[in-house]
Write a protein that binds this ligand. Sequence first.
Ligand SMILES: Nc1ncnc2c1ncn2[C@@H]1O[C@H](COP(=O)(O)OP(=O)(O)OP(=O)(O)O)[C@@H](O)[C@H]1O
Length: 318
Amino acid sequence: MIEAVGLSKHYGKTVAVDDLSFTVRSGRVTGFLGPNGAGKSTTMRMILGLDAPTAGTVRIDGKRYRELHQPLRTVGALLDAKWVHPNRSARAHLHWLARSNKISTSRVDEVLEIVGLTGVANRRAGGFSLGMSQRLGIAAALLGDPQVLLFDEPVNGLDPEGILWIRRFMHRLADEGRTVFVSSHLLSEMALTAQELVVIGRGKLIAQCSTDEFVAQATESTVTVRSPQADLLGSALRDQGGAVRAENGHLVVSGVDITEIGELAAAKGIVLHELSPQRGSLEEAFIQLTGDSVEYHAAVGDQTAAAASGADLMTAGK
Ligand SMILES: Nc1ncnc2c1ncn2[C@@H]1O[C@H](COP(=O)(O)OP(=O)(O)OP(=O)(O)O)[C@@H](O)[C@H]1O
């Protein structure tokens, strides 16, 4: 578990993180979302003791990073996949990390196996593709078999196969009961990966809740219905208090639950060809819920916020 309370970080006049409190639970993948410059990396560095907070505290399993006896056994992190000596082999890199952290070198072959790098373990890490480098970074994070794992933008630049591998791997780590905290710009990917979210904007907390709740709060849920008796069904639904509009040969219904729609159609003997729930996207929810913070910063002259909508901010490359 990670617990931040009143966490703030100022760099001169820049307020990178502003009185941020959140909790990251074990057994779940928690996404850490926010536009460029929102303070995600700074927060992660403070969790890992690489930056000192200006105010507030952050604890991992109840302890500050500097109080951890053997930190790598409690928390592992992937911050920069290219942080490796290019002429060292993957195995030599992990051996060096294990020895310098008093971890048995027998663990090296285990983590290479876990991330699927056994076959290339003796190759120069400098020649690795980005996907292989990410796996090596994850192997390093797993060396101490920690219960808490932090990943900063782990899928940036990966191909679809690499992205799928990371997604499945994170779910596996969470299923093992670990705390998995992962930052990303890629909302469509986070919608598939993260079960919980911590969303920040300009260093402040915008939301902490499940991904489903976040989307449900901010977007409209509708039901798509196709029927050869659409007119009849439409008027029956309106009688039930539903809002119905026709769109490209189907009905879009809100205000009536999907089960009630099915039962109403059955009771009236109306044939259905499709009955499907439609959820808003994480992108839509993000734009909806971060709008205020973006507008606020635009108003005080922040050029990044003023220049971009939430979607632009989130899809912009690093
Ligand atoms: N070492 C530093 N010195 C001065 N300002 C910094 C430093 N590190 C971060 N900042 C500023 O703090 C703010 C938050 O940056 P941070 O990198 O934490 O955001 P982020 O959410 O990780 O962004 P990105 O998604 O672009 O990586 C930004 O305005 C950034 O310019």
